[in-house]
Design a protein around this ligand. Structure first.
Ligand SMILES: [Zn+2]
Length: 178
């Protein structure tokens, strides 16, 4: 698998732009991976494009991947489909915003990293930020899922007082007395 570039050097972007497509792998996004338990390997798709059109850079991406996280009600694994598309205009200055319709935009100065007079666009970090925003805040199984038993009930069971006769510490105390 060819890795998505961490950075795109804007000054070296070819007139044809940058296009990339691959299967989606959670290993590409460490911060996302921390929140999720696994990625299914089938039917995943991940594309990224950067183009310069009439002086404006455009970052576009789409991600489709069945993923697994932990249900916050029953703490069991929960599958969900990450299905995100994004299109972002990257502007040299705010005046360019008047050229846009309704598209989301960022100022290049706010996102690029300057390295030896090169402007590097950290596309991997930018896409990961967008994907993190798209995650369910508190993932939960469907409300009607019978297998989704709130974990509070289980916790209550565990907190029942241990009967004196079964308590190993009580038995130890008895032995010491003898
Ligand atoms: Zn659940």
């Amino acid at each position: 698998m060819k890795q998505l570039a961490n950075f795109i050097d804007l000054e070296k972007l070819s007139p044809q732009g940058y296009q990339w497509q691959s299967e989606f792998h959670l290993s590409q996004f460490p911060r996302l991976a921390e929140l999720l338990t696994q990625t299914a390997t089938t039917e995943t798709n991940f594309t990224c494009e950067i183009n310069k059109i009439s002086g404006i850079y455009w970052l576009e991406f789409s991600v489709k991947a069945p993923l697994e996280t932990q249900c916050q009600r029953c703490l069991q694994p929960m599958e969900f489909l990450l299905d995100e598309q994004g299109k972002l205009a990257l502007l040299e200055d705010k005046a360019q915003a008047s050229l846009l319709q309704e598209e989301d935009w960022l100022l290049l100065d706010d996102v690029v990293e300057m390295v030896k007079h090169e402007r590097r666009l950290p596309i991997l970090t930018m896409i990961e930020d967008e994907l993190l925003l798209g995650l369910p805040l508190v993932p939960k199984h469907d409300y009607h899922d019978e297998n989704c038993v709130p974990v509070e009930i289980l916790a209550d069971d565990e907190e029942e007082p241990i009967e004196e006769k079964n308590n190993p510490f009580a038995i130890l105390a008895e032995l010491k007395e003898k």
